[in-house]
Design a protein around this ligand. Sequence first.
Ligand SMILES: NC(=O)c1ccc[n+]([C@@H]2O[C@H](COP(=O)([O-])OP(=O)(O)OC[C@H]3O[C@@H](n4cnc5c(N)ncnc54)[C@H](O)[C@@H]3O)[C@@H](O)[C@H]2O)c1
Length: 251
Amino acid sequence: MKICFLGAGSSVFAKNILGDCILTPSLEDFHISLHDINEKRLDESYRLVSMLNKNLNGRATITEHLDRREALEGADFIVNAIQVGGYKPCTVTDFRVPAKYGLKQTIGDTLGIGGIMRGLRTFPVLRDFADDIEAVCPDALFLNYTNPMAMLTGYLLKYTKVKTVGLCHSVQACVPTSSIPRYGRQARRRKVGYLRNKSSGVARLRPRQGRQGSVSRSQGALFERRRPLERQSEAGDHEDLRLLRDGVFGT
Ligand SMILES: NC(=O)c1ccc[n+]([C@@H]2O[C@H](COP(=O)([O-])OP(=O)(O)OC[C@H]3O[C@@H](n4cnc5c(N)ncnc54)[C@H](O)[C@@H]3O)[C@@H](O)[C@H]2O)c1
C-alpha cells in the first residue's frame, strides 16, 4: 500500500497523520511518499517521519520527492495538507484587507471572505493535482485536510474525477468525548469505541476535564511508552478508511 502526502512540509500534519499510520498494525509495511514544493521543509519532515518510523519499530518505507507526479505514482491514498501562499503573505492579507473595511474574522480559513480567498487561490492548484492523479493513480482516495476544507472537497467532487473525502484530524477523538453526556444509547456505543481505542495502549486518549481537546496517537507515541505493536488493536482507523473508499466509491 502507498500513501502520498502532499504538503509534507506541514510537519504538524505529517507527524500526527503519518505517526498514526505507522502505529496502525494493518499498515505496517506501507510506502509513504512525501512531496512539498519547499525543499527545506520537505527534508525536515522526511527526517521527522523517518525518526518516528525508526523509534516506533515501524516497517514503513519513506521517500521524499520534489516532483509531484513521481510522489503520486501508484498511490492508494493521498493526504492533502497544503497551504497555498503560506501565512505570509496570504493569511495575513486575508485578515488585513477585510479589517481595513471593518470586517473582523476569527480564523478566516473556512468560510466568509477569508475562506473564499483561500479557496480561490487553492482551486487552480487542486486542478493541477487532479490532472496528475487522474494520470498516475486514478483509483486513489484523496483525503483532504486543506482549508477551506468543505469548499475544496466540493470542488474536487464536482469538477474532477478524484475520489475525495474531507477530514479533520481531531474528529475521531473529539466527537465521542463531546457527545457522551448528551445522547443516551448512541453515546454509550461511542463510549465503547472510545474505550477500545484507549485499550489499544497506543493513544491513551483521555478526555481532558472540562475541555473537548484530544491527544493524537502519534503525540502519545512521542511522549509515552507504548505496548508492543502486536498487542495493539487489530482494527486500525485506516482500515476503516479503506472500507469507506470501497463502500462509497464501489471500487
Ligand atoms: N482539516 C483540519 O483538521 C485542519 C486543521 C488545521 C489546519 N488545516 C489546514 O491544513 C493545511 C496545512 O496547515 P499548516 O498550518 O500545517 O500549514 P503549513 O504552512 O505549515 O504547511 C503547508 C505546506 O504546504 C506546502 N505547499 C504549499 N503549496 C504547495 C503545493 N502547491 N504543493 C505542495 N506543497 C505545497 C508548503 O510549502 C508548506 O510546507 C492548511 O490548509 C490548514 O488550513 C486543516
